[in-house]
Ligand binder design. Structure first.
Ligand code: AQP
Length: 335
């Protein structure tokens, strides 16, 4: 029996942080042996917010290198750049034409990000979830590992697939309906500056996040300055102590110690004792990723080969789905 397929991606909109790693990339890596995986750098999504053309290509390659540095294994996974496979844009257009506008207007991420862009908000930001649906549906993905913030977009992808099949499938499933894969712990990593807001690349404060490539002294400084509370004795799951819950969760995930072990270890600690422990744990957890990243970036030819092979494999799968969709819609295909 063939393996189930996984598709996921990250936007090259800034430095990858612990939220992207623990919410998404670590889930990819931990489960990759069981699946046939496609991991893309979603650079078409990156221009739905203001971006810098001078750094887009470089940022995109850096994220692909980080996938490898975090442990994505090319024996069971394909890494590629979204814009290198034109089928993504083409399917997005076709799906646009069957997606009701009010489905998109309901998306929380659109509402939150649109406020930041004011009157200049682009159509691309509203349309982002349709492009995401195209990304997923092209690969007939069974599972999509994402952080909790993307759950609503995943539900929309399922709705779009069902609507397409209903309208044009003649009783068959042209598009495969995917399932979200959301881990229990780490699905929503919160900001170091405010335990009620998610850690995010676009937060203007660098102190709000730990980036995967932060050097040890930066990690130490960010943890030293992170928001805490005046209470001695650290605990999980106290609604009035969101920063405490977030920091203990990060400690648990980065150290590999189960939640119960961390709860016991930290129950009598004050912040003065916890912060150095957390600092050392974060530095140690990120060191192998940073070392591997430096090796990969030191050999650009290797990364180019990985991405060229990835583009070929991805194009083959994506174009097969695109032909099915265009046939169902009644297009004549070039001979
Ligand atoms: N704080 C988070 N906790 C858990 N998972 C998270 N993800 C993002 N933030 C957290 C997951 O990371 C993957 C890639 O995200 P993305 O690059 O597509 O964009 P995003 O979700 O919008 O991430 P950011 O960091 O907040 O970027 P900006 O600020 O550019 O929008 C996704 O699987 C996401 O769930």
């Amino acid at each position: 029996m063939s393996k189930k397929r996984v598709l996921s991606g990250v936007q090259p909109t800034g430095n990858l942080h612990l939220g992207n790693y623990l919410g998404a990339i670590k889930t990819w890596v931990d489960g990759q042996g069981q699946y046939d995986n496609f991991f893309c750098v979603v650079d078409l999504h990156a221009i739905t917010v203001p971006h810098n053309p001078a750094t887009l290509a470089q940022d995109t390659s850096a994220i692909a290198a980080l996938y490898l540095a975090c442990g994505v294994d090319l024996n069971c996974s394909t890494i590629f750049i979204q814009s290198h496979v034109p089928a993504h844009s083409e399917l997005a257009w076709l799906l646009n034409c069957i997606t009701p506008l009010n489905w998109l207007e309901r998306m929380i991420q659109f509402k939150e990000k649109a406020i930041k862009q004011g009157e200049d908000v682009g159509v691309g930001l509203l349309d982002y979830p349709v492009l995401m649906a195209a990304d997923i549906l092209l690969y007939e993905a069974d599972q999509v590992p994402v952080g909790e913030d993307q759950k609503q977009h995943l539900e929309l992808t399922r709705d779009i697939a069902n609507r397409f099949n209903h309208l044009y499938g003649k009783g068959e499933s042209v598009l495969k309906c995917p399932n979200p894969m959301i881990r229990k712990e780490g699905a929503r990593v919160m900001s170091l500056a405010d335990g009620t807001r998610k850690m995010s690349k676009s937060d203007p404060s660098e102190l709000s996040r730990l980036n995967l490539l932060d050097p040890p002294d930066t990690i130490a400084q960010k943890i030293k300055k992170c928001k805490t509370d005046p209470i001695k004795g650290l605990e999980f799951d106290n609604r009035d102590r969101p920063e405490c819950h977030n920091l203990l969760t990060l400690y648990s995930l980065l150290s590999g110690k189960p939640k119960e072990t961390v709860a016991l270890e930290c129950q009598d600690m004050g912040w003065g004792q916890f912060k150095p422990l957390m600092t050392e744990t974060a530095i140690e957890a990120l060191k192998p990723i940073q070392t591997k990243y430096a090796e990969i970036m030191g050999d650009p030819g290797y990364l180019e080969t990985v991405l060229r092979d990835g583009r070929e494999k991805a194009t083959e799968v994506a174009n097969t789905t695109l032909v099915k969709v265009k046939t169902a819609l009644g297009y004549s295909l070039p001979t």
